[in-house]
Design a protein around this ligand. Structure first.
Ligand SMILES: Nc1ncnc2c1ncn2[C@@H]1O[C@H](COP(=O)(O)OP(=O)(O)OP(=O)(O)O)[C@@H](O)[C@H]1O
Ligand SMILES: [Mg+2]
Length: 313
């Protein structure tokens, strides 16, 4: 197959990983998952601690050997075309592993050399600037803060301008300013066509950035869809109502209909849009003589969906 024709940046089929501890029982960290990451997408791989996210990502990066299954990166099978597959992808691992001997600039140069990028085509200075490491360009990792080390790791993953950038917890320990800067940069890369795969425990980050989301739990994929469908499919919204005359206590009848009285005096109700009629819900309030001054509705947050899906399995 011509890799350029593949609709997927990454295709994973029946992927399994079993870690063998010395003497200990084998640990099935990834239990035969299938994942398709569309080319050009901003893909969030979410899940609680130990779900198997990093294991999956480290297999993509070639850092962990899979037990079984097939991995195709940018159209190249990682078993039969390992070198080509590696060129397609840049991975920022969760673990902060850096060679302590080289300065920031040297580390980036060496890494570019590793990918066979000629000196003239290297973007070392640009990467240093973008990652906010100009002051530290000639410092060794030992003298960098945790957040700066992570920036250097991100820089290293970018040297060969990969089609696919995989970020495993990139903002853990990164300050707010750099976080914003990093997301602006990654968004721009995505706009220019780079596929982004991200794991994060900050679900509001995933909600804001990702257009496709997979949720893993106990080594399995429990959901994988566009963010829109995932959120719509959940069929749950909530409405917040402000009454013209604030009330102190909620009548039992309204409570049994699902209304809750909030500390700020507003009434809140969760509902399923598919079989609810707003008019009828408001009529319940009118029946008690309440007048609605204002209302707003909101979608269920990704966090609620995440909690629901990871508690079921
Ligand atoms: N090198 C290893 N040897 C043995 N077991 C491992 C190893 N690495 C990971 N595991 C186990 O595999 C499972 C999945 O771990 P993994 O690091 O992939 O989870 P994760 O989803 O990335 O979690 P987190 O959100 O904490 O980063 C865990 O039970 C973990 O203990
Ligand atoms: Mg992890």
């Amino acid at each position: 197959m011509n890799p350029a024709q593949s609709a997927y940046a990454v295709e994973i089929e029946g992927l399994q990983k079993s870690y063998r501890g010395r003497g200990a029982e084998a640990k099935m960290a990834v239990k035969g998952i299938d994942l398709r990451i569309p080319r050009g997408s901003f893909f969030g791989l979410l899940g609680p601690n130990g779900a198997g996210k990093s294991t999956t990502i480290n297999i993509l990066a070639g850092l962990v050997k899979k037990t079984a299954g097939r991995v195709v990166i940018g159209g190249y099978d990682s078993d039969t075309h390992e070198r080509e597959a590696r060129q397609m992808i840049g991975v920022v691992p969760q673990e902060l592993v850096l060679d302590t001997f080289f300065t920031v600039r040297q580390a980036l140069e060496l890494h570019a050399g590793y990918y066979g990028i000629p000196a003239k085509k290297r973007q070392t200075q640009h990467i240093i600037d973008v990652m906010g490491l100009s002051d530290k360009a000639d410092a060794r990792p030992r003298s960098l803060s945790g957040g700066m080390r992570r920036r250097l790791l991100i820089g290293k993953a970018l040297v060969h301008q990969p089609d696919i950038l995989v970020l495993d917890e990139p903002t853990a320990g990164v300050d707010i300013e750099l976080r914003t800067q990093l997301w602006d940069y990654v968004r721009e890369l995505n706009r220019q066509g780079t596929t982004i795969v991200l794991t994060t425990h900050y679900l509001e980050e995933a909600e804001a950035l990702c257009d496709e989301i997979a949720i893993m739990n106990h080594g399995a994929v429990v959901a994988c869809d566009t963010k829109r469908r995932l959120m719509e499919g959940f069929d749950s919204k909530c409405v917040l109502v402000r009454l013209t005359q604030p009330i102190q206590e909620l009548p039992e009848m309204l409570h049994s209909q699902g209304w809750e009285l909030q500390a700020d005096g507003r009434l809140l109700r969760h509902y399923a849009p598919r079989d609810s009629i707003m008019d009828a819900m408001l009529a319940d309030l009118h029946a008690h003589g309440y007048e609605v001054a204002d209302l707003s509705t909101r979608e269920t947050e990704l966090e609620a969906i995440f909690r629901h899906l990871t508690s079921m399995h």
